[in-house]
Ligand binder design. Sequence first.
Ligand SMILES: Cc1ncc(COP(=O)(O)O)c(C=O)c1O
Length: 379
Amino acid sequence: MIYMDYNATTPVHPDVLEALLPYYKESFGNPSSIHWAGRMVKGALEEAREKVAALVGCDPVEVVFTSCGSEADNMAVKGVAAALRGKGNNIITTAVEHPAVLNACLYLESNGFEITRLRVDRHGIVDLDELEAAINEKTILVSAMFANNETGVLFPVAEIGEIAARRGVYFHCDAVQAVGKAPIDCREMGIRLLALSGHKLGAPKGIGALIVRKGVKLHPLIHGGSQERNRRAGTENVAGIVALGKACEIAKAEMAAESSRLKTLRDRLEHGILTEFPDVRLNGHPENRLPTTTNLSFPRLEADSLLLNLDLAGVAVSSGSACSSGTLKTSPVLAAMGVEPALARGSVRFSLGRGTTEAEMDYVLDVLPGIIERLREQQ
Ligand SMILES: Cc1ncc(COP(=O)(O)O)c(C=O)c1O
């Protein structure tokens, strides 16, 4: 079985699993308890906070643990909107954000906010002049992702941060796909809020974080106890938090070597497919993207048939189209990049990760031509 869908989720790293297990057994205390059982776990939370902060370039007190990336994105967008409502009602985002941001913005739009959605060019990148021009006296937030989940394309984050800071608006960055795969420094990049998610980097599902830089005004999404310095109520997911800390520690140590290893493998796969099928088109910027992701459009093919046949051959990939209530909808990300609907319907995302090997690349390159030819003949 070959897993090439690491952008969807990743297996828990064995060292992460080992680190988290004691927190389901002997170290089970509630960190808010003042007795020995609580004290046993309190330190582990703070240690994890330090490890997350070290990976993304912020202070440990700025790390707020959440249940997932979607919660972190919602907390950022809705939390700033609620806190700064009196100052302005304009939020700038982009056409290619994850639904966690896009739908939070849609919700705010139905509640009186004005949402500006920046378009992207054919490579999937926003225009900084358009961002600059879009900011007005009512703008309170710019929300732009670090790396796109479908194409891996990287936004010019430091430049966006510089513009937002100069114009006096908050910058929220959805870095769920980028954390652990690309160097991130909230301080240097002018990022005021940053969302991340454990299950994308070798921690389990059900843990994420929002970095809230000092001084940022933000209303909480979840009200209750005073956990997370009153930013996010609810008894902490101690095992998940320890796991996220460990995953961040591993990512910091291994990111450079792992990125270059995976880029070589990704390029080998991409080159092999593009050489065999010159009509296949790469979606996204050829260079400026995560080393782990390739999104390819196969003309005259439906991605879901290709996906199904690769699955039968034991290969798990993902399609850029989503079949909802019987209608095949093309990916909004590819549509925003100007990819024609027929090509977008034939787009497949291969995403690599820690377990990916050269032999797996060769296997895919071996089985793919037969599948493609068979599917094309059937049409
Ligand atoms: C860019 C991006 N943002 C947010 C999310 C949501 O993260 P989670 O699955 O932890 O809610 C994802 C998940 O795919 C993502 O790729």
